[in-house]
Design a protein around this ligand. Structure first.
Ligand SMILES: [Zn+2]
Length: 321
């Protein structure tokens, strides 16, 4: 990509990622944010004003040293305020729950998700140290976002900020959002040109997930209900339309996350999701939307026919909280 264009859109990408990424694993309908995370107009862009830092990739030794030094520095600065920091390569996990709980989340959720995602998709670690901040409740989350990054979060659950190199979570909202957010820095490091529809579709798939045969496996979640309604109402765009949306237009879609998630889910059920990711990465210069790769991985079907079957399968899926 032309460097000038890249620089110009970097703050926009940062704003999109920082604002559009957070949904909990399970949220009752009435508590769901309307479209609070969606970027609805250009004024939202001014929240993040700097491009993400460009950094040289770290060697394993340099990374281990950088992580240990950073964790020590964070402990020295915030330890007295009740924070615990744990190195969970390539991240540092910090939180103000009990030390035992921070360690459990670090190993059990963050470490597990990193291992699973790397085994299935991602070869490269993010190039810089990223700190995963787990704030114990809404009050702590909002107060520290303001204090540490001068940021007023527009999602109550959490977000990823490439600018500040942090994943920030109100961990009281559940671990599902955390796994969602972990996908983003890995996608950034491995598939920088990934369009929002697939970045958010894959991240959303793992908001509700488990391990099957040693691999991460996405389950149905609360997004299914909204998606079914759109299918019933006949208002869902085709996959040709969905995949051709600009990132900003995708974030304005009422059920873009749900539709992209359920495409990923369907590919997963057919054993095609990992192959699709690899094909899309390999072919993205000729196929930046991923639509040709999708058709290819499905065996070049008549897509109108295929989508009738996809909608039928989606309507038959169930999710009970
Ligand atoms: Zn996201």
């Amino acid at each position: 990509m032309n460097e000038l264009i890249k620089k110009a859109i970097a703050p926009l990408c940062a704003a999109l990622l920082a604002t559009a990424c957070a949904r909990p694993a399970q949220v009752p309908e009435t508590e769901r944010p309307a479209s609070a995370e969606a970027v609805t107009d250009e004024t939202d862009v001014d929240v993040v004003t700097d491009a993400p830092n460009e950094v040289e990739p770290l060697s394993d030794e340099d990374r281990a040293r950088a992580l240990a030094a950073r964790a020590d520095a964070l402990e020295a600065k915030h330890g007295d305020d009740g924070f615990t920091f744990v190195v969970e390569p390539p991240f540092i996990v910090g939180g103000d729950e009990s030390a035992a709980t921070v360690r459990r989340r670090s190993r059990g959720t963050v470490g597990w998700a990193i291992q699973m995602l790397k085994e299935s998709y991602f070869e490269r670690d993010p190039d810089d140290v990223i700190v995963v901040w787990l704030f114990k409740d809404k009050t702590s989350y909002r107060r520290h976002c303001q204090e540490f990054w001068n940021e007023t979060p527009r999602t109550p659950y959490g977000y990823y900020s490439p600018r500040d190199r942090v994943l920030v979570m109100n961990i009281a909202s559940g671990d599902g959002t955390l796994v969602h957010e972990i996908v983003h820095p890995f996608m950034e490091a491995n598939f920088e040109a990934c369009p929002a529809w697939f970045n958010e579709g894959l991240a959303s798939l793992y908001e509700q997930c488990t391990e099957e045969d040693g691999r991460i496996y996405g389950l149905t979640n609360w997004r299914l209900a909204g998606l079914k309604k759109q299918i019933k109402d006949g208002t869902l765009p085709s996959f040709a339309e969905l995949t051709s949306l600009s990132d900003a237009a995708f974030y304005r879609q009422p059920d873009g996350y749900g539709q992209a998630r359920c495409l990923c889910f369907d590919l997963q059920e057919q054993g095609l999701l990992r192959d699709y990711y690899r094909r899309f990465v390999a072919d993205h210069e000729q196929d930046p939307t991923g639509y040709a790769s999708l058709r290819a991985i499905l065996g070049e079907p008549d897509m109108a026919d295929w989508e009738v079957g996809w909608r039928r399968r989606t309507m038959a899926r169930r999710f009970t909280e």
